[in-house]
Ligand binder design. Structure first.
Ligand SMILES: O=C(c1ccccc1)c1ccc(O)c(O)c1[N+](=O)[O-]
Ligand SMILES: [Mg+2]
Length: 221
């Protein structure tokens, strides 16, 4: 049977990337997906925005919704300090399996835990089953119509604290209008838009950062 695009991305990383070198894996995926087959990795332009927000958040516990092949998990995990962790949720078993291998090649398996299943099922388990108190950073990059309900679910489960930072991909393309309506109308979030482009394309896109109760967090220090 023909291999999937995601398997071909893994083949390219396995053959071309330097084992244990996250930058090499990132560059290999970007080269493959810009020169051979488009894929829905966040890419280098929006990836640079992701990097800056992760550095701002400096998370002890980070959550990603939508692992795909592990590209953004590697971008996030490579910036995490010792004794910190990234949990990433993926519902597609093939994507989860490929991401596991690619994250292993990047040498980041110790920092990244892939949770296979639907976000709405896993989020309520994070506190008890995965020993999460609160989340310092959340990257939303899964089904766009899940951004808003999963943000509400994170709040209902007590997983967001004063100063928790959310970053959402694809605000323009494919778009997440329900999320934008919810988050920008919610006075407890301070929102910032970062104009960019769809990965590997000239198509307009953007990322949205939302900080929970920023003023309250600032008052603590
Ligand atoms: O929805 C798509 C999509 C739609 C149609 C075909 C391929 C992908 C998509 C496009 C760019 C993204 O950055 C992204 O995260 C997604 N996604 O599915 O989560
Ligand atoms: Mg995306």
């Amino acid at each position: 049977m023909d291999q999937s695009k995601e398997q071909r991305i893994l083949n390219s990383v396995s053959y071309n990337a330097v084992k244990g070198d996250p930058e090499s894996v990132i560059n290999c995926i970007d080269k493959y997906c810009s020169q051979y087959e488009w894929a829905m990795n966040v890419g280098d332009e929006k990836g640079t925005i992701l990097d800056k927000v992760v550095e701002e958040a400096d998370p002890s516990v980070a959550l990603e919704l939508g692992t795909y092949c592990g590209y953004s998990a590697i971008r996030i995990a490579r910036l995490l300090k010792p004794n910190t962790r990234l949990l990433t949720i993926e519902f597609n078993p093939e994507f989860a399996s490929i991401a596991k291998e690619i994250i292993e090649i990047a040498g980041l398996s110790e920092k990244v835990t892939i949770l296979e299943g639907h976000s709405e099922d896993i989020i309520p388990q994070l506190k008890k089953k995965y020993e999460v108190e609160t989340l310092d950073f959340v990257f939303l990059d899964h089904w766009k119509e899940r951004y808003a309900p999963d943000t509400i679910l994170l709040e209902e489960c007590g997983l967001l604290r004063k100063g928790s930072i959310l970053l959402a991909d694809n605000i323009i393309y494919p778009g997440a209008p329900e999320f934008i309506k919810y988050i920008r109308s919610n006075k407890r979030f301070e929102c910032t838009s970062y104009p960019s482009h769809l990965e590997y394309m000239k198509v307009e896109d953007a990322m949205e950062k939302a900080v929970k109760d920023p003023g309250a967090a600032a008052m603590l220090f």
